[in-house]
Design a protein around this ligand. Structure first.
Ligand code: DAH
Length: 330
């Protein structure tokens, strides 16, 4: 008995214990062979012999069970120790997204005007001729329509070539005074270093009672806006033409790369053209049936500004979705 008990207790793995179990409790094991001796035991002693053997079996079984539980616990403990994860280990950098530089620039522009109480309006990307051209004083066969090579649908609808039609939609659905910007995508048949068929503009429009809105107001707000965007630059207003404004101007800033000395970016002029603006043409107010009002408007290209701010040489690269480019803007 003592020897068998020792055997169980000395097993130091579950495998070793299993071998001992077979040796003791197995079909050809010690207990079985002891029971086999029953037939040689004289009748009157059989009962006591069997009882003794059963007691021994039960006792060994209890020791065996305890030992088995202990070894199982030990094995589990060892397994957990081996598979433990060190949560303090370096795990690699998670892949973090970022705003596209065009959207980031757009947000910055929107923030400026929202702070000055402009509402943010949106129109339709698929426009009709009236809103995109006619109401903006670009009648059919007006030569200025050629300035904007248009994508037409078969039914005469078109992809808006600028955000100016949002001026018309807003004036038709609201009463003056109006103080709005309209950021959004526009479309033109154009594709080169500085042009993509889809790009973004931000339109601005302020309308109030006649005499309340002047070119001086326009000049002040745009000059301040350009300082907000580009810091300490010179700003100049250059006479220009747009069908929907009269008088019209194009606004330049001193070149942010050479400081006005002249370089490749500014074509050695020292100036970079940044937006178009003017006093709303009376014909535009006529088209939306507004009377006794005056207003100013402006429009700017978002990609152009993003390109300048980030020194992106090829505009097309912004829309190719190449992560190597985009990851630089995180
Ligand atoms: N719509 C013009 C364009 O796409 C930009 C523009 C110029 C908008 C002058 C205006 C403006 O509102 O007054 O080139």
């Amino acid at each position: 008995m003592k020897a068998l008990e020792e055997k169980i207790l000395r097993a130091d793995t579950l495998e070793a214990l299993e071998a001992v179990r077979v040796e003791i409790f197995g079909k050809k094991g010690y207990i079985a062979s002891e029971f086999a001796k029953m037939k040689e035991i004289p009748g009157p002693e059989k009962k006591a012999f069997a009882e003794g053997l059963n007691r021994l079996k039960a006792q060994l079984q209890r020791i065996y069970d305890e030992k088995r539980e202990a070894l199982k616990a030990e094995a589990l403990e060892a397994k957990m120790r081996a598979e433990a994860i060190d949560v303090t280990l370096y795990g690699g950098r998670p892949n973090k997204g970022a705003l596209h530089p065009v959207m980031e620039t757009m947000d910055k522009i929107i923030d400026y005007f929202v702070a000055l109480n402009f509402s943010v309006e949106s129109g339709e990307m698929v426009e009709d001729d009236f809103h995109n051209f006619e109401a903006l004083n670009l009648p059919k066969y007006h030569p200025a329509r050629d300035m904007q090579d248009t994508f037409y649908f078969k039914d005469g609808m078109l992809l808006r070539t600028h955000t100016s039609p949002v001026q018309i939609r807003t004036m038709k659905s609201q009463k003056p005074p109006i103080r709005m910007i309209a950021p959004g995508a526009v479309f033109r048949r154009d594709y080169d270093l500085t042009h993509t068929p889809m790009f973004h503009q931000v339109e601005g429009l302020v309308v109030d009672e006649k005499g309340k809105v002047s070119f001086a107001n326009l000049k002040a707000i745009l000059t301040d806006f350009l300082h907000y965007m580009f810091g300490d630059v010179d700003v100049r207003f250059r006479p220009s033409f747009f069908p929907f404004t009269e008088p019209s101007a194009e606004v330049d800033i001193s070149c942010i790369f050479c400081g006005g000395e002249g370089c490749r970016v500014c074509s050695h002029t020292g100036w970079i053209e940044i937006l178009g603006c003017g006093i709303v043409d009376p014909n535009v107010f006529k088209a939306v049936e507004y009377e006794d009002v005056s207003g100013y408007a402006f429009g700017l290209g978002v990609e152009r500004i993003a390109m300048l701010m980030h020194r992106i040489p090829d505009l097309r690269s912004l829309f190719e979705g190449d992560l190597r480019l985009l990851e630089q803007f995180r």
